[in-house]
Design a binder for this molecule. Sequence first.
Ligand SMILES: Cc1cc2nc3c(=O)[nH]c(=O)nc-3n(C[C@H](O)[C@H](O)[C@H](O)COP(=O)(O)O)c2cc1C
Ligand code: SF4
Length: 651
Amino acid sequence: MTSAYSNLLSPLKIGGIQIRNRVVFGPHGTGFGNDGTVNDRHIAYHMERARGGVGLIIMEATGVDKSPTGVTTAGRNINASTDAIIPSYKRISAALHAEGVRIFTLLSHSGRNTMMGSDGTPPKAPSPISMERTRDVPHALETYEIEELIANFAAAARRCRDGGLDGVSLSFAHGNMVQQFLSPRANHRNDAYGGSEENRLRLAREVLTACREAVGPDFVLGIRFSADEMQPDGYSLEDGQRYAVMFAEWGKLDFIDVSAGDNASMRSRSFHYPTISVPHAPLAHMARAIRDVVDIPVFAVGKIGNAEEAEEIVARGDADAVLMIRAHIAEPEIVVKSVSGRRDEIRECIYCNESCFGRQQRFGDISCVYNPRSGREVSWKPLGKGTISRRVIVIGGGPAGMEAARTAAKRGHKIELHERSNALGGQVRLLRETPHRHVYGRITEWLEADLLRAGVSVHLNSAPNADEIRSGAHDVVIVATGSRDTKPELPGVDLPHVITGRAFLSGIPVGRKVVVCDWDGKFMGTSIAERLADEGHEVSIISNAFFIGADGDLMTWRLQYERLLQQGVRMFPLHKVTSITADGVVHQDMGAREMLEPADSVILCTRGAADRPLFNELHGLVAELHAIGDAWAPRQLEQAIFEGARVGRSI
Ligand SMILES: Cc1cc2nc3c(=O)[nH]c(=O)nc-3n(C[C@H](O)[C@H](O)[C@H](O)COP(=O)(O)O)c2cc1C
Ligand code: SF4
């Protein structure tokens, strides 16, 4: 045992079982499901984290009836409402047990925190109060439906036990159904399940009692609990402490996993799933508050980024165990690497949400922006040296080129990487110059360190032309030249007070009043606006998107939008820029009404244009040629790194 992590690595008894250490890969919808059961993709994904050293895995929120679990993952969840789940639970529990890892799952009913089905089926809830994200008014449960719900929880818990899992966690968190009953903001009933505190807690007691009866005394049964609703009209941490005491006193529970908040509120989601601008471990004090009043194991969760932070939380007595979710989506081997002196090989999560929550929102399944193998464990095997070593030249040292070079080198190829500027990193170097986004630098620092470890030969200030590349007799040429900065075709774009976002981030000064014209739609325009406002400029932002920053993940977006409003940034969504004059930007609303936004400086944010002349010059003249990332088409960091990895694996 390594003394630096002695608390974290000590075993923990939960009910009748023991976990080998206190690092937990906690519940999260992966979107890997296709028929409601656990499949090979889930198993390979969790096995990777088991081999990486975690002590316990709590699988994703799993439906207890046929209602959808969550808003964006309908049809991709696991569902425990029939016995069809049992054989697949047996497969995953046997696999994880063979690795010495315990496995629970989270049983959940989303209640109102979902949306109307395509056949018009409404969400269900204690009361007909819609949530902020979907606005669908739920059907208020009748008493007989509450009885069915309780029976469904119990039957699902029994299936977990029959499938060989070691325990079950019930969601009393994140504004899901049971919390909706606990909550004075979501429960406006005036029957036995609403009104007084005793009545609001009745469903929780009946669900716990029924589940305990279904699984028997020896099976681990716990809850995930939002200890504080973090809403003005919700229950407080003090209330949460009182509820937790009652939950424990009912004598059915083996652990409490302490989270917070309510998914019904967009703002709450940004804090209880803490995003890039939220400090680390913001919920640990809540775990402490609950641990102070109960005598069963308590877990802490929320932006606990590495083994050092986790050790501190356990050592301080805030919690008995620590859930690290996104940290393990990014890096499956946190424990193994931390204890074996490979700390600097860890890809630390930067809480950007780009490809975990962000992909879930857009594509339904999850991965990690700088670990594209995450979620692709079945189709992408671990990198290993092959029997042949090819000579590969990579042109361009941005994220796509770095990942291609790193991946190919690990497979035993001999790699030269050429970067025309004096440093690796590409556009990430610019992104670092905006508020809260300096942590993106960790991605390129990690890529750089890893490609050097893999033996890539790096040539800075080097831009070989097509003839030079051809004369090198390489087996493979990879063009990762990125994208060119562009200006849209508009009257006035060449006026002296008009610059691009990239030019601004490279250090070009601007005047007092700045208008940002945003065709990027993600975080470039909004982050430039935020930085300018922080620096005291008067800022406006004009975009043709439905809302400013529409293409970012909604949790990161929500807090940034709030900051922009608080800083007085003027916003013009669904507006079209028609021209730029010496006085400012002329733009049109959807009613084609034209107006002028005055400006001393104008910043144009676009996604750029693929920089591909080199690829075109080489096409047909070299043995094997690839263009990846923005050089193929300007997209996001995720696609750049993904394509780098894909080509690195293919050659
Ligand atoms: C992609 C994704 C999906 C999630 N889905 C759920 C869910 O369905 N139910 C739940 O209780 N928590 C869910 N979570 C929240 C996590 O369990 C955890 O509370 C949150 O991510 C904060 O922990 P972290 O900072 O270690 O990631 C999800 C998290 C992620 C990243
Ligand atoms: S995409 Fe970002 S937040 Fe999500 S796991 Fe990867 S680094 Fe962490």
